[in-house]
Design a protein around this ligand. Structure first.
Ligand code: 5GP
Length: 182
């Protein structure tokens, strides 16, 4: 079996660039939550490398929980309905919550999560999105923390998959033409 690197067309974000940016984001969170203990909610599966890196870079007290949501199909895309596959383990009422997502594209997933988690009465609720695509015309979601903007192309690596593959690439890149259907 050949390496995953062989399938990559262009590296958009190197491992070094990602590591430096995650360090900066962790420092921002440490500063903003100096007198509070934030609860970082990772959205599975894409946010798992980010959560691990953030966890190691944060210096202050922080707690971690995870949710898994379904990707909407074409029928649900316009309605913004997202199904919760795995819910949080803990109660977030009164907590300072930061939702951590891999990428925001249409904004539907995050706007659903915002509504859903806001209804549970957290003391505060912010969003960290590692990546963003330029076309956020559909729904505006306020990103308190943001890693990088990427062009409107399909990217893989650092948690992002194509058919469950490439999540373990330590960088973000595009797939060679012909490897992805559609
Ligand atoms: P949104 O709800 O903002 O349209 O989409 C967010 C979700 O779509 C992400 O959590 C991710 O699962 C998926 N997604 C959006 N763009 C990409 C991409 O370029 N590559 C991959 N692998 N997934 C993407």
């Amino acid at each position: 079996m050949t390496g995953l690197d062989d399938d990559i067309d262009e590296v958009l974000l190197t491992q070094q660039a990602i590591s430096a940016r995650v360090g900066e984001l962790a420092a921002e969170i440490d500063r903003d939550y100096a007198d509070r203990e934030p609860l970082l909610v990772g959205v599975l599966k894409g946010a798992f490398p980010l959560m691990g890196d953030l966890a190691r870079a944060l210096q202050g007290p922080a707690q971690f929980d995870f949710m898994a949501v379904s990707s909407y199909g074409s029928a649900t895309r316009t309605s913004g309905v997202v199904r919760i596959l795995k819910d949080l383990e803990g109660d977030i009422a009164g907590r300072d919550v930061i939702i951590c997502e891999d990428i925001v594209d249409s904004g539907l997933t995050l706007s659903y999560l915002l509504r859903n988690l806001r209804a549970r009465g957290p003391a505060s609720l912010e969003i960290l999105s590692f990546l963003s695509k330029p076309d956020q015309t559909r729904v505006h979601v306020p990103l308190r923390y943001h890693g990088f903007a990427v062009p409107d192309v399909f990217v893989v690596g650092y948690g992002l998959d194509y058919q469950e593959r490439y999540r373990n690439l330590p960088y973000v890149g595009t797939l060679k033409p012909g490897l992805r259907a559609g």
